[in-house]
Ligand binder design. Structure first.
Ligand code: FCB
Length: 444
């Protein structure tokens, strides 16, 4: 049996567009995800976040679930277009929802862990160039300041950005996420402005706002392995590591972009002039913790047909419902590498979990053994990492509820609570019961 200390934080996580619904309520205007999901062919089955889990109208019921789960903390994000439905136009009514949520959580002894940006960029901002436009940094600062002014008294920890890689590379390079562009030059600029806005907001929070809570950023990281020891596969793996991990880790922790990747990208990037003097210093300014979303390892091989010579290799590992390798040992290797090469900051696992093909039985039970096993293995890994002194300060299970899984719509269920999207009834899966037990015992 492995024990967790009393101050270790157990939580669950969600994000605004994935659960809230209520897309026109109380003055909210569209985000890029409303537009993208309504564009034919972009999201599985034509699903949208219009209703999602209707969390906006069922928030009290969902707080009761959190209470019964017994979690120490709940991670949620703020829908920017609720708070700023138009450029420079603050909507107090939109903020009211988050104020109530944060206050209620505190009353229930659940620490609010707030992500300021989890991908729902207002459509108005997109129409002005979105993250490709450097002015986005100022729009984000204005939005963040309002969040601090209205919510800081309740909030325990702030995350500036969730997974800049997805927002920039899936959104502007691969086109799988909103706004659905396929242009590397735009993606690298977007990534730069997202990172810059992170640094600016951390500095603003600490220096002018004088906030005292913890603030940091969350990256999605996968440890990358080459399919063989051949020089080609090694090169491919190094490039993929640069594309996914180092392009974000190095500016944040070392104040520079990886030069090998700058070279590789240069055939698509007309000029790196958008990296202005002082930007990397701002991006690498000190924050208080480092957030990691971990799902799977990556196994990579060489492909002469691919732009940057990498492609996923065949892997015989057991898979989750996303087809992702279940890889708790590699998760530990990732944390070791971060400790060796990048940071001594406390680490929060801000997301970890798995989709599986869940079946709701007639008596309301969902026997999701696959998820129970996945969660147990990763929580055990966290406990082992802490025995090795790796300072993992908390674990947030993704996700509290089945929800709108981006391009996969409602097809992929990540929740520990099953949502019947026809009736909005919530059912406890076995994994929720098991997680409540782990949290209660503070051991696994
Ligand atoms: C992460 C996202 C989160 C969810 C999980 C499955 O990349 O942050 O919103 O979609 O994956």
């Amino acid at each position: 049996m492995k024990k967790f200390s009393q101050d270790f934080i157990f939580g669950t996580a969600t994000s605004s567009y994935q659960i809230e619904g209520a897309v026109t309520q109380d003055g909210r205007t569209p985000s890029i995800w409303d537009t993208f999901s309504k564009t034919p062919g972009k999201v599985w089955g034509g699903d949208t976040g219009d209703i999602a889990c209707d969390h906006y109208n069922r928030v009290e019921e969902d707080i009761q679930i959190l209470k019964e789960l017994g979690v120490d903390s709940y991670r949620f994000s703020i829908a920017w277009p609720r708070v700023f439905p138009a450029k420079g136009q603050y909507n107090a009514k939109g903020m009211e929802f988050y104020k109530n949520l944060a206050r209620r959580l505190v009353e229930e002894n659940i620490q609010p862990f707030v992500t300021i940006y989890h991908w729902d960029l207002p459509q108005w901002a997109h129409e002005l160039g979105g993250w490709v436009n450097r002015e986005s940094v100022e729009w984000f600062e204005e939005f963040s300041l309002k969040c601090f002014e209205e919510l800081d008294e309740y909030v325990a920890k702030w995350i500036t950005h969730n997974e800049p890689w997805c927002a920039a590379m899936l959104g502007y390079h691969q086109g799988e996420h909103a706004p659905g562009h396929t242009n590397l030059d735009e993606a690298i600029r977007a990534a730069h402005h997202i990172l810059l806005s992170h640094g600016r907001v951390v500095q603003m929070y600490k220096e002018s706002y004088k906030g005292t809570k913890e603030i940091g950023i969350t990256l999605n990281l996968s440890p990358v392995y080459a399919a063989s020891t051949s020089a080609n596969d090694q090169l491919a793996a190094n490039n993929f590591d640069g594309y996914l991990n180092r392009w974000f880790l190095e500016p944040i922790f070392k104040g520079s972009y990886p030069v090998d990747m700058m070279n590789l990208y240069s055939k698509y990037i007309y000029s790196y002039d958008f990296i202005q003097e002082g930007d990397l210093e701002t991006i690498s300014c000190p924050s208080d913790f480092f957030g990691i979303n971990f799902y799977n390892r990556a196994l990579i091989e060489f492909s002469s047909a691919a732009d940057f010579m990498f492609k996923p290799a065949y892997s015989d590992y057991p898979k989750s419902g996303m087809g992702w390798d279940i890889s708790p040992n590699e998760f530990k290797e990732l944390i070791h590498r971060l400790r060796e090469e990048y940071t001594t900051l406390p680490i929060y696992i801000t997301e970890n979990g798995a989709a599986f093909d869940d079946r709701l039985e007639e008596n309301g039970s969902v026997h999701d053994e696959g998820r129970v096993d996945y969660v147990e293995k990763h929580i055990t890994a966290v406990a082992e990492l802490n025995e090795e002194g790796m300072n993992v300060a908390g674990y947030y299970l993704w996700s509290l509820l089945d929800n709108f899984e981006w391009a996969f719509g409602y097809e992929k269920r990540f929740g520990i609570i099953f949502v019947d999207f026809n009736t909005q009834t919530r059912y406890w899966k076995d994994s929720a019961k098991r997680y409540a037990e782990i949290v209660r015992n503070r051991s696994i």
